[in-house]
Design a protein around this ligand. Structure first.
Ligand SMILES: [Zn+2]
Ligand SMILES: [Zn+2]
Length: 132
């Protein structure tokens, strides 16, 4: 089950909702295909479904932290693996176009996040609802 968080900065007006975790539609590759948007990723999912039904995968909404500008990107992480193939989706920063780390943060409450706008240390993190 996923949890929605509100991140806010005590020094500037930065305020952002982040959806973390996974829902029912993340439980199989064919259900992921129903909502997954990226065309390259969709094709890869289809390939895995057709060629290897035993492929294992990991899929959740996570928080990518840009290493260049500290922008916070709330996006889906998808990693599919079979004996012969391996796929990890990648994202780029919406602010500076840098390639985001290959794996996002999945436990937002365990980390200390800098404000992407003013650089102040430690955003406040508050969970406000469960989704799915
Ligand atoms: Zn960036
Ligand atoms: Zn700030």
């Amino acid at each position: 089950m996923g949890v929605a968080y509100q991140l806010s900065c005590g020094h500037c007006t930065y305020n952002q909702n982040m959806y973390m975790g996974f829902g029912f539609s993340y439980c199989s590759l064919s259900s992921i295909l129903e909502w997954y948007k990226d065309d390259v990723g969709r094709q890869r999912i289809r390939d895995f479904i057709q060629t290897d039904k035993e492929a294992s995968f990991e899929c959740f909404d996570g928080l990518y932290v840009c290493q260049s500008c500290h922008y916070l990107l709330n996006e889906v992480y998808l990693h599919i693996k079979s004996d012969s193939d391996d796929y990890t989706n990648r994202h780029t920063c919406l602010r500076c176009s840098a390639l985001m780390p290959s794996k996002p943060i999945d436990q937002i409450e365990d980390v200390q996040l800098d404000c992407p706008d003013c650089g102040n240390e430690k955003l406040s993190v508050q969970s406000y609802m469960d989704w799915d």
